[in-house]
Design a protein around this ligand. Structure first.
Ligand code: NAG
Ligand code: NAG
Ligand code: NAG
Ligand code: NAG
Length: 511
């Protein structure tokens, strides 16, 4: 044993073997922020080795040239709804509700757009999707239903849609649709619903350990609640007109159980099976389906939310205040973000591409207006040294020049200019070209020689630099790699590869 004195500040216990001194890895890990663990190789379980990694994050290399109608960056790996800061997927809008900067929950346009883009990308890479139509009422056989007491299930023709539907009347859990053994593991439920008086849909779900839970979808405006450890409630609003609902049962149950436990985090149980789907109250139902995924419905829920919520400036105001740099930079409620505008555009052009519904494209075109409005006048435009325009994720005064949000805003302009090749796309072309010029000029300012910098607050506020943690550093690289597939300027490619080498511990040389 040997005492190791660290910078004359404190001592730790080390070991000496001949002329070599060994320091505990727990010390090295903390001191240098590196990562390591004991592992074994498959087939050699008796032999351990130690694996050292400089970074905990990873880079996804593009599969080919980026396309405005293809996978968005590496978002097929995102699971937005699993994040602890997502309170739930709301019953009315079917989009995530954030608690990141406000515990009451609020709609955060960036999160909603990312939810949509991730499901769009997952849809494109998915291998199979299993779906089972449990009830479409086309055959008049109601033997799939079990009724108790006075509950009634009737097959009838709906005058409005011209489709055959099921009418249900039940005071409690008396009218249940049975779920065949082979489809019980499909945990995405969808159906068309029209409620005459008041109704709820109650899904009984069983965990692997045979614990039974119920998820209730209730015609109310309340968001999410839980009673006991087994029952979770979602308000689905007024459903007196025909509407389609799509629910991710496992996520709905998980978010309710997290709420019931009073904890911020909870382990996500995976192995659930659906027992029954009950219809309580009075109403009509059709097209009851269980499926293994519903990526496109989730994508369109986000796109439709963006279309509905866009304001007259073409923006999606963020309804919570934000404070950065220890309170030196402030944004008050209702600020706009170039990243929100951008991620929304990237989503909307993809929705337009799939549907050719012009309202998606029009919303995307309107969303560029704020790119031209200076931050000081409520927009998202900043200028570096009066020479380079920058689209601000956080449009503070003074500016902060956040790199990743800016690149998302640029990628969106690329998406839009590729989609609209006529005059309507001229603003996108101009903003894209001016933004790319800024990116290429200012990129070196974000390079520390061993990592990257999140923003330029050290320059605008004269404070310590805000170094990017590894997952933001890898986001920077993923964005540069994407842009380098559509712009051959070597600064994009070379910066991406140097920054990738920093993740393996390489550093720029010093004098
Ligand atoms: C679809 O069903 C088949 C056959 O039951 C099963 O092997 C496969 O894993 C399922 N795929 C998904 C995505 O659920
Ligand atoms: C329907 O019933 C639920 C639960 O009893 C209640 O919370 C909700 O307010 C009712 N909705 C309407 C429209 O009456
Ligand atoms: C059920 O789906 C069919 C086929 O997509 C559709 O024609 C019908 O209108 C749907 N039912 C209702 C009530 O919306
Ligand atoms: C829409 O996407 C298809 C490929 O899926 C592509 O060929 C087409 O050019 C796109 N259309 C527009 C208007 O971007």
């Amino acid at each position: 044993e040997i005492e190791c004195v660290i910078n004359d500040e404190y001592s730790i216990g080390c070991r000496q073997y001949a002329s070599e001194v060994f320091l505990p890895f727990s010390f090295i890990a903390r001191y240098f922020e590196v990562y390591g663990k004991l592992t074994t190789q498959p087939g050699e379980e008796a032999k351990q080795r130690f694996e050292w990694t400089h970074s905990y994050s990873r880079v996804y290399h593009p599969r080919g040239k980026y396309s405005h109608h293809g996978i968005f960056m590496s978002f097929e790996h995102y699971n937005v709804e699993y994040r602890d800061r997502v309170k739930c997927i709301t019953g009315r809008e079917e989009v995530p509700l954030s608690t990141q900067w406000g515990p009451q929950g609020y709609f955060y346009p960036i999160q909603i757009a990312q939810y949509g883009l991730s499901h769009f990308s997952k849809h494109l890479v998915r291998s199979t999707r299993n779906a089972s139509l449990l009830e479409d009422a086309e055959s008049r056989d109601t033997s799939k239903w079990s009724t108790i007491g006075d509950a009634k299930v009737l097959n009838s023709k709906d005058a409005e849609t011209g489709s055959r539907v099921i009418a249900f009347h039940s005071e409690d859990l008396g009218a249940a649709l049975k779920v065949a053994e082979g489809v019980r593991s499909l945990l995405f439920l969808s159906f068309d619903l029209k409620v005459t008086d008041n109704a709820s849909v109650v899904v009984s779900i069983e965990s692997k350990s045979r614990q039974v839970y119920r998820v209730h979808y209730v015609c109310s405006e309340s968001l999410i609640s839980a009673s006991g450890d087994t029952d979770v409630y979602y308000g689905i609003g007024d459903r007196s007109e025909w509407s389609h609902l799509t629910r991710d049962l496992a996520t709905d149950l998980h978010k309710g159980l997290v709420l019931a436990s009073g904890k911020k985090k909870a382990r996500r149980l995976r192995l659930f099976r659906v027992n029954t789907i009950s219809f309580v109250g009075h109403g009509f139902v059709d097209n009851v389906t269980l499926a293994s995924s519903e990526h496109l419905s989730q994508f369109y829920a986000a796109a439709d939310w963006l279309v509905r919520e866009q304001d007259e400036q073409g923006g999606w105001p963020i309804p919570v205040e934000r404070s950065l740099a220890d309170g030196r930079l402030q944004l008050s409620r209702g600020w706009y973000s170039a990243m929100a505008q951008g991620q929304a555009i990237s989503l909307l052009v993809r929705a337009y591409n799939r549907t050719l519904a012009t309202h998606y494209l029009e919303a995307a075109l309107r969303a560029t207006k704020l790119y031209d409005v200076p931050a000081s006048q409520g927009g998202v435009l900043a200028s570096f040294a009066n020479q380079y325009s920058w689209y601000e994720e956080y449009p503070t005064t003074p500016s902060c020049f956040v790199l990743n949000g800016f690149m998302y805003a640029l990628i969106a302009l690329y998406d839009l200019k590729q989609t609209v090749t006529d005059r309507r796309g001229s603003a996108a072309v101009r903003l894209y070209e001016s933004g790319m010029r800024s990116l290429k000029a200012l990129l070196p300012l974000f390079d520390t020689g061993s990592g990257s910098i999140y923003d330029l607050r050290h320059f605008t506020l004269g404070i310590a630099p805000n170094l990017a943690r590894w997952d933001y550093h890898s986001t920077h690289i993923n964005q540069l790699l994407l842009l380098s597939t559509v712009d051959a300027d070597p600064i994009l490619r070379d910066t991406a590869s140097r920054w990738t080498s920093y993740m393996q511990g390489h550093r720029a040389p010093h004098n």
